[in-house]
Design a protein around this ligand. Sequence first.
Ligand code: THU
Length: 161
Amino acid sequence: MIQHLSFEYEVYTSSDQLSKEDAFLLQQARSITAQSYAPYSKFHVGAAALLTNGEIITGTNQENASYPVAICAERVLLSALSSRFPGAAVTTMAISFHNQKNNKSRHPISPCGMCRQALVEHQFHFGQTIRLILSGQEGEVYLIKDASSLLPLGFSAEDMQ
Ligand code: THU
């Protein structure tokens, strides 16, 4: 027997096609890339999330001379969230980036595997689906309705029952 897994995502040619709320969140992610600490990779990632309490929280990647110590923007955001707004959950997260070679990044990036796992844990913890808005500093935008669709057959607390 062969099983097939597939998922759908929406593609927009620019942020102009998003709702006002989504476009604003993406703008926050795009601009917060300036606060990333990425002297080693020079790959500056920014994340901005709308929470169930209506607040917006941001995060940027934080690197370290001891490379494995680095933390991605998405997980910096999730850690800050639990101390600043305990009990609030992410409803939508926008992720953007820029790098030195290509300050005008034009294509979306997608969360790394470790961040996908962290996003799924957050969804499980709060029973709240996370929408993702992915885009560079300009150009195409991907909209993913459920972050867990990026981690098919992922491991979660349910597997430990
Ligand atoms: N990075 C993120 O912050 N988020 C991702 O989803 C992918 C990668 C960071 C980690 C590292 O500081 C730099 O980008 C290059 O991998």
